[in-house]
Write a protein that binds this ligand. Structure first.
Ligand code: SF4
Length: 465
């Protein structure tokens, strides 16, 4: 069903559109649809919402505003009332509920922390007010519990991110800025030259907490170039992650480089153990390559290893997914991350208009992963949600005890400054009053190489201010 939303405040329009898109991921809101009007009014210390649509009973509710009646807190409450009631209305019109209820545009864990700070029973509030399902509310609570001792610790330190946006081929669900490596272009050494200048252009007047070299697939670089990048980071015993997402890019030489440069964590990402699926999603490697890469990493040092998987890959049945998760558990990496397939703009799947969504299958896969991993001793420790995922579900990182990636927690919860280098990388400064400043670097590689002097100047000023 198409909707045309009218609201008494433009501020809420995007939020309400997101609620419709949560129900109907590819809903068009620009065409004439059923007009639905949604308003919220403050009346002294109370608020009233009204949602109306032709042929449906009006939904109108009154709320007492909570103290303190500061403009920021009032605005937050009005938004929550309106979105929740709008969700209830659309839910009854479409006869459907969503696992994350009215939650859009906010990380569930962030909201959990916010609600706890407001003195509420956050898990209960997620279920009763925001309409989050029992199982998802318990997942969020469980993640917050696992983060204890890591969340918000050492905020006097900063995290470092280095972007190497190159891959051996393009996955069909990818919307990152990664360039497929083309030996004829010869821009890798030039990129590394610029990146090295970017990494060391300015110093941050804090100690470093964690380092993450991602992309892309940083291990797409030759051993020599990888050594130059990792060497420029000068690790001194901090948590140090390198994404080796594509197993075919790993060699004994590169693993030795990582060991010598102080890397402590490596991601080897199968996504699935089914060959037909790997072929179908544009990954140019075999299932055997995954096992080989994993064994080489294990032989090469005492790295903490992460493996990524994706639910709802095209053509995959529940049994296929289950086999992948069970195989991963048998291999026993310290971390396993389960993503929900997201159809992002710019990806091959989006161009192909892939929309083979089944909410119930997505839910079944995600629940299986959680149960199987928890039974095998893993605990969920960070999560985030993306738009246009099957079932509007989450991406969840699971970890064995004492193997949590601090960087992942920090970045998701936005608790630490981030010193970022590389095309498209985003530096962040977190200020005590909740204010976050961001500095994004030029996205495309050509522009990055051409404007590196300007980038360095801006970054120096950003961290000095
Ligand atoms: S490995 Fe990651 S960054 Fe590279 S193409 Fe695939 S999804 Fe994109």
């Amino acid at each position: 069903m198409n909707f045309t939303i009218k609201t008494n405040s433009e501020t809420y329009l995007h939020e309400l559109e997101d609620v419709v898109r949560a129900f109907q991921p590819f809903a068009s809101l620009s065409v004439e649809g059923e007009e639905i009007s949604a308003s919220v009014e403050q009346e002294g210390e109370s608020a009233k919402t009204t949602i109306k649509m032709r042929n449906y009973p009006i939904l109108s509710r009154k709320y007492d505003l909570q103290l303190p009646l500061t403009s920021v807190f009032i605005k937050r409450q009005l938004k929550r009332f309106l979105k929740r009631d709008f969700y209830d209305f659309i839910s009854s019109v479409l006869g459907k509920t969503l696992s994350y209820g009215s939650l859009t545009g906010i990380r569930p864990t962030k909201l959990f922390y916010e609600l706890t700070e407001e003195g509420k029973d956050a898990e209960k509030e997620l279920k009763d007010f925001f309409r989050v399902s029992e199982s998802k509310a318990s997942l969020v609570r469980s993640i917050v519990q696992t983060q204890s001792g890591i969340y918000g610790a050492e905020t006097n330190k900063y995290d470092q991110f280095v972007n190497v946006p190159f891959c051996p081929s393009r996955c069909h669900y990818c919307s990152f800025l990664s360039e497929v490596i083309n030996p004829k272009k010869g821009n890798l050494p030039l990129y590394v030259d610029a990146l090295l200048r970017d990494i060391s252009c300015t110093s941050v007047s804090k100690e470093r907490r964690a380092i993450y070299v991602g992309g892309g697939t940083p291990t797409s670089l030759s051993a020599e170039l990888l050594d130059r990048v990792l060497g420029a980071i000068h690790a001194k015993g901090e948590e140090f992650t390198v994404e080796a997402g594509r197993p075919e890019t790993l060699t004994a030489e590169k693993i030795a480089v990582m060991k010598a440069r102080g890397v402590t964590r490596v991601s080897v990402n199968p996504q699935t153990f089914k060959q037909e699926t790997l072929d179908r999603i544009g990954r140019k490697h075999t299932v055997a390559d995954i096992f080989k890469a994993y064994e080489s990493v294990r032989r090469g040092g005492d790295f903490v290893v992460n493996m990524d998987f994706i639910t709802m890959l095209p053509g995959e049945t529940f049994e296929d997914f289950r086999r992948s998760i069970d195989t991963a558990i048998d291999l026993s990496p310290e971390n396993i991350t389960v993503h929900s397939l997201s159809i992002k703009r710019g990806s091959v799947f989006a161009e192909e208009k892939y929309d083979n969504f089944s909410d119930s299958l997505a839910e079944k896969m995600s629940s299986y992963a959680r149960n199987a991993l928890e039974n095998a001793g893993y605990r969920p420790y960070y999560m985030y949600r993306q738009k246009n995922t099957t079932g509007r579900l989450e991406n969840t990182g699971y970890s064995r005890p004492n193997a949590i990636c601090k960087y992942n927690v920090d970045i998701m919860e936005e608790t630490h400054d981030v010193y970022a280098s590389g095309a498209g990388a985003i530096s962040k400064r977190i200020f005590g009053d909740g204010l976050i400043r961001r500095l994004a670097e030029v996205k495309d590689i050509k522009g990055y190489l051409e404007r590196i002097d300007e980038i360095i100047e801006k970054k120096t000023a950003f961290f000095e201010a």
